[in-house]
Design a protein around this ligand. Structure first.
Ligand code: SF4
Ligand code: FES
Length: 252
Protein backbone atom coordinates (compact mmCIF):
# COMPACT_ATOMS: atom_id res chain seq x y z
CA UNK A 1 0.00 0.00 0.00
CA UNK A 2 1.08 3.60 -0.61
CA UNK A 3 -0.07 6.87 0.91
CA UNK A 4 -1.32 9.64 -1.39
CA UNK A 5 -2.98 12.97 -0.65
CA UNK A 6 -6.17 13.86 -2.55
CA UNK A 7 -7.59 17.35 -2.17
CA UNK A 8 -5.64 17.67 1.10
CA UNK A 9 -6.90 14.34 2.51
CA UNK A 10 -4.48 11.46 3.17
CA UNK A 11 -5.58 8.22 1.51
CA UNK A 12 -4.22 4.67 1.44
CA UNK A 13 -4.00 3.31 -2.08
CA UNK A 14 -3.13 -0.05 -3.53
CA UNK A 15 0.30 -0.04 -5.14
CA UNK A 16 0.07 -0.28 -8.92
CA UNK A 17 -3.40 1.21 -9.18
CA UNK A 18 -4.12 4.30 -11.23
CA UNK A 19 -5.08 7.61 -9.65
CA UNK A 20 -8.45 7.37 -11.42
CA UNK A 21 -9.18 3.99 -9.83
CA UNK A 22 -8.41 5.43 -6.40
CA UNK A 23 -10.56 8.48 -7.05
CA UNK A 24 -13.46 6.30 -8.16
CA UNK A 25 -13.07 4.11 -5.11
CA UNK A 26 -13.22 7.26 -2.98
CA UNK A 27 -16.33 8.44 -4.91
CA UNK A 28 -14.45 11.55 -6.06
CA UNK A 29 -15.87 12.61 -9.43
CA UNK A 30 -13.64 13.17 -12.47
CA UNK A 31 -15.04 13.23 -16.03
CA UNK A 32 -13.99 10.34 -18.29
CA UNK A 33 -14.95 9.16 -21.71
CA UNK A 34 -12.35 6.70 -22.98
CA UNK A 35 -11.84 4.83 -19.72
CA UNK A 36 -13.22 1.30 -19.32
CA UNK A 37 -12.27 -0.83 -16.29
CA UNK A 38 -11.93 -3.95 -18.48
CA UNK A 39 -9.47 -2.32 -20.89
CA UNK A 40 -5.99 -0.85 -20.65
CA UNK A 41 -6.15 2.97 -20.40
CA UNK A 42 -5.39 4.82 -23.66
CA UNK A 43 -5.35 8.48 -22.59
CA UNK A 44 -7.42 9.43 -25.65
CA UNK A 45 -10.13 11.76 -24.39
CA UNK A 46 -7.93 13.78 -21.99
CA UNK A 47 -10.93 14.51 -19.77
CA UNK A 48 -9.64 12.85 -16.63
CA UNK A 49 -6.88 15.39 -15.86
CA UNK A 50 -5.90 16.02 -12.25
CA UNK A 51 -3.34 18.42 -10.86
CA UNK A 52 -0.09 17.03 -9.46
CA UNK A 53 3.24 18.65 -8.74
CA UNK A 54 5.48 17.86 -11.70
CA UNK A 55 9.21 17.12 -11.76
CA UNK A 56 9.87 20.85 -12.21
CA UNK A 57 8.08 21.50 -8.91
CA UNK A 58 5.24 23.28 -10.75
CA UNK A 59 1.56 22.22 -10.64
CA UNK A 60 0.75 20.36 -13.81
CA UNK A 61 -2.22 18.50 -15.31
CA UNK A 62 -1.83 14.74 -15.75
CA UNK A 63 -4.22 12.05 -16.95
CA UNK A 64 -5.50 10.21 -13.91
CA UNK A 65 -6.40 7.08 -15.91
CA UNK A 66 -2.72 6.61 -16.82
CA UNK A 67 -0.97 8.06 -13.77
CA UNK A 68 -0.03 5.40 -11.21
CA UNK A 69 -0.13 6.13 -7.50
CA UNK A 70 3.18 6.48 -5.65
CA UNK A 71 3.98 7.23 -2.07
CA UNK A 72 3.53 10.92 -1.19
CA UNK A 73 1.76 11.84 -4.47
CA UNK A 74 -0.39 14.95 -4.02
CA UNK A 75 -3.46 15.22 -6.23
CA UNK A 76 -5.99 18.02 -6.74
CA UNK A 77 -9.17 17.23 -8.62
CA UNK A 78 -10.56 20.80 -8.65
CA UNK A 79 -8.16 23.64 -9.45
CA UNK A 80 -7.46 26.23 -12.15
CA UNK A 81 -4.99 23.88 -13.81
CA UNK A 82 -7.61 21.09 -13.89
CA UNK A 83 -10.37 23.42 -15.13
CA UNK A 84 -8.15 24.68 -17.98
CA UNK A 85 -7.17 21.15 -19.01
CA UNK A 86 -10.78 19.91 -18.83
CA UNK A 87 -12.05 22.88 -20.85
CA UNK A 88 -9.43 22.24 -23.54
CA UNK A 89 -10.32 18.54 -23.65
CA UNK A 90 -14.09 19.11 -23.79
CA UNK A 91 -13.77 21.73 -26.55
CA UNK A 92 -11.50 19.46 -28.53
CA UNK A 93 -13.94 16.55 -28.27
CA UNK A 94 -16.91 18.78 -29.14
CA UNK A 95 -15.14 19.84 -32.32
CA UNK A 96 -15.36 16.20 -33.39
CA UNK A 97 -18.78 15.43 -31.92
CA UNK A 98 -20.59 18.80 -31.65
CA UNK A 99 -24.04 17.28 -31.34
CA UNK A 100 -23.17 14.79 -28.59
CA UNK A 101 -25.74 15.29 -25.85
CA UNK A 102 -23.70 13.10 -23.53
CA UNK A 103 -20.62 15.31 -23.90
CA UNK A 104 -22.60 18.52 -23.42
CA UNK A 105 -24.34 17.13 -20.33
CA UNK A 106 -21.04 15.90 -18.91
CA UNK A 107 -19.42 19.30 -19.47
CA UNK A 108 -22.36 21.04 -17.80
CA UNK A 109 -22.15 18.63 -14.86
CA UNK A 110 -18.55 19.77 -14.30
CA UNK A 111 -19.33 23.45 -14.92
CA UNK A 112 -17.26 23.65 -18.12
CA UNK A 113 -17.92 26.47 -20.57
CA UNK A 114 -17.82 24.62 -23.87
CA UNK A 115 -17.98 27.82 -25.96
CA UNK A 116 -20.00 28.43 -29.10
CA UNK A 117 -21.00 25.38 -31.15
CA UNK A 118 -19.47 24.97 -34.63
CA UNK A 119 -22.59 25.95 -36.57
CA UNK A 120 -20.91 28.13 -39.19
CA UNK A 121 -21.41 31.36 -37.21
CA UNK A 122 -18.32 33.12 -35.82
CA UNK A 123 -20.35 35.35 -33.48
CA UNK A 124 -19.05 38.59 -35.04
CA UNK A 125 -22.57 40.05 -34.54
CA UNK A 126 -22.33 41.99 -37.83
CA UNK A 127 -25.82 40.76 -38.77
CA UNK A 128 -27.32 41.92 -35.47
CA UNK A 129 -25.53 45.27 -35.59
CA UNK A 130 -26.39 46.14 -39.20
CA UNK A 131 -30.03 45.17 -38.71
CA UNK A 132 -30.29 47.41 -35.65
CA UNK A 133 -27.94 50.30 -36.45
CA UNK A 134 -28.48 50.75 -40.20
CA UNK A 135 -31.77 49.06 -41.12
CA UNK A 136 -33.53 49.85 -37.85
CA UNK A 137 -35.49 46.59 -37.77
CA UNK A 138 -33.67 44.87 -34.86
CA UNK A 139 -34.76 41.48 -36.18
CA UNK A 140 -31.80 39.53 -34.77
CA UNK A 141 -30.33 39.04 -31.34
CA UNK A 142 -27.96 36.78 -29.41
CA UNK A 143 -29.80 34.08 -27.50
CA UNK A 144 -28.34 31.71 -24.91
CA UNK A 145 -29.32 28.05 -25.30
CA UNK A 146 -27.87 25.42 -22.99
CA UNK A 147 -25.38 28.07 -21.88
CA UNK A 148 -24.14 28.68 -25.45
CA UNK A 149 -24.69 31.82 -27.57
CA UNK A 150 -26.67 31.70 -30.85
CA UNK A 151 -27.81 34.30 -33.37
CA UNK A 152 -31.60 34.06 -33.33
CA UNK A 153 -34.57 35.86 -34.89
CA UNK A 154 -36.75 38.32 -32.99
CA UNK A 155 -40.23 37.17 -34.00
CA UNK A 156 -42.08 39.46 -36.38
CA UNK A 157 -39.26 41.99 -36.77
CA UNK A 158 -37.70 40.80 -40.05
CA UNK A 159 -38.55 43.02 -43.05
CA UNK A 160 -36.87 40.70 -45.56
CA UNK A 161 -34.18 43.08 -46.83
CA UNK A 162 -31.42 40.43 -46.74
CA UNK A 163 -28.75 42.83 -45.43
CA UNK A 164 -27.81 40.37 -42.69
CA UNK A 165 -27.08 37.70 -45.31
CA UNK A 166 -25.05 40.14 -47.43
CA UNK A 167 -22.88 41.23 -44.53
CA UNK A 168 -22.38 37.78 -42.93
CA UNK A 169 -18.70 36.85 -43.52
CA UNK A 170 -19.33 33.11 -43.30
CA UNK A 171 -22.55 33.11 -45.39
CA UNK A 172 -24.39 31.13 -42.74
CA UNK A 173 -27.47 33.34 -43.22
CA UNK A 174 -29.31 32.31 -46.37
CA UNK A 175 -31.77 34.21 -48.59
CA UNK A 176 -33.90 32.11 -50.91
CA UNK A 177 -36.29 33.69 -53.44
CA UNK A 178 -38.64 31.05 -54.81
CA UNK A 179 -42.12 31.32 -56.40
CA UNK A 180 -42.47 34.93 -55.32
CA UNK A 181 -41.56 34.20 -51.71
CA UNK A 182 -38.38 35.27 -49.93
CA UNK A 183 -37.20 33.12 -47.02
CA UNK A 184 -34.34 34.26 -44.80
CA UNK A 185 -32.86 31.65 -42.52
CA UNK A 186 -29.94 30.78 -40.28
CA UNK A 187 -28.99 27.14 -39.71
CA UNK A 188 -32.39 25.41 -39.99
CA UNK A 189 -34.28 28.30 -38.38
CA UNK A 190 -36.39 30.83 -40.24
CA UNK A 191 -35.70 34.52 -39.66
CA UNK A 192 -38.51 35.76 -41.95
CA UNK A 193 -40.82 34.69 -44.79
CA UNK A 194 -42.14 37.40 -47.11
CA UNK A 195 -44.00 37.79 -50.40
CA UNK A 196 -41.95 39.64 -53.03
CA UNK A 197 -43.28 42.72 -54.85
CA UNK A 198 -42.78 43.51 -58.55
CA UNK A 199 -40.80 46.42 -59.98
CA UNK A 200 -43.20 49.08 -61.37
CA UNK A 201 -41.08 49.36 -64.52
CA UNK A 202 -39.90 45.87 -65.56
CA UNK A 203 -42.16 43.64 -63.46
CA UNK A 204 -39.33 41.69 -61.83
CA UNK A 205 -40.00 40.39 -58.31
CA UNK A 206 -37.36 42.30 -56.35
CA UNK A 207 -38.21 43.35 -52.76
CA UNK A 208 -40.57 42.49 -49.93
CA UNK A 209 -43.61 44.61 -49.14
CA UNK A 210 -42.44 45.09 -45.57
CA UNK A 211 -39.06 46.36 -46.76
CA UNK A 212 -40.61 48.81 -49.26
CA UNK A 213 -42.95 50.09 -46.55
CA UNK A 214 -40.04 50.42 -44.14
CA UNK A 215 -37.94 52.29 -46.74
CA UNK A 216 -40.84 54.66 -47.45
CA UNK A 217 -41.42 55.42 -43.77
CA UNK A 218 -37.73 56.01 -43.15
CA UNK A 219 -37.11 58.21 -46.19
CA UNK A 220 -40.23 60.41 -45.77
CA UNK A 221 -38.73 62.65 -43.04
CA UNK A 222 -35.63 63.20 -45.21
CA UNK A 223 -35.40 66.83 -46.56
CA UNK A 224 -34.74 65.56 -50.11
CA UNK A 225 -37.63 63.07 -50.06
CA UNK A 226 -39.01 62.58 -53.57
CA UNK A 227 -42.07 60.83 -54.95
CA UNK A 228 -41.76 57.15 -54.16
CA UNK A 229 -41.45 54.52 -56.91
CA UNK A 230 -41.13 50.79 -56.61
CA UNK A 231 -38.20 50.20 -58.92
CA UNK A 232 -35.74 47.34 -58.82
CA UNK A 233 -32.06 48.38 -58.52
CA UNK A 234 -31.49 48.00 -62.31
CA UNK A 235 -34.50 50.12 -63.29
CA UNK A 236 -33.72 52.66 -60.54
CA UNK A 237 -30.24 53.07 -62.04
CA UNK A 238 -31.63 53.45 -65.57
CA UNK A 239 -34.15 56.06 -64.40
CA UNK A 240 -31.47 57.99 -62.54
CA UNK A 241 -29.27 57.89 -65.65
CA UNK A 242 -32.12 59.20 -67.81
CA UNK A 243 -32.89 62.01 -65.38
CA UNK A 244 -29.18 62.92 -65.35
CA UNK A 245 -29.07 62.93 -69.17
CA UNK A 246 -32.21 65.11 -69.35
CA UNK A 247 -30.70 67.62 -66.95
CA UNK A 248 -27.42 67.92 -68.87
CA UNK A 249 -29.29 68.33 -72.23
CA UNK A 250 -31.32 71.20 -70.70
CA UNK A 251 -28.14 72.89 -69.54
CA UNK A 252 -26.68 72.86 -73.11
S1 SF4 B 1 -24.60 34.93 -38.53
FE1 SF4 B 1 -22.87 35.69 -39.76
S2 SF4 B 1 -22.87 37.93 -39.40
FE2 SF4 B 1 -24.16 37.01 -37.80
S3 SF4 B 1 -22.77 36.72 -36.04
FE3 SF4 B 1 -22.78 34.78 -37.21
S4 SF4 B 1 -21.04 34.97 -38.65
FE4 SF4 B 1 -21.45 37.04 -37.87
S1 FES C 1 -10.31 8.77 -19.24
FE1 FES C 1 -9.86 9.42 -21.24
S2 FES C 1 -7.83 10.14 -21.06
FE2 FES C 1 -8.26 9.41 -19.10
Amino acid sequence: MVQIVVNGRRIEAEDGSSVLEVLRHQKIKVPTLCYHPALKPSGSCKLCSVEVVGKSGRPTAMLSCILKVRDGLEVQTESEVVAAARTRAFRNLLRMAPQSRHLLDLAAQFGIDTGPPPDGCVRCRLCIRVCKEIIGAAALRMETRDGRPFVAAVEGHCIGCGTCANICPTRVIQVSDRDGIRTISIRDETIGIHALERCDACGTLFATRKFLQHALEHSRPHPEFKEHHRHCPTCAKLMAHRVQQGLSQKQH
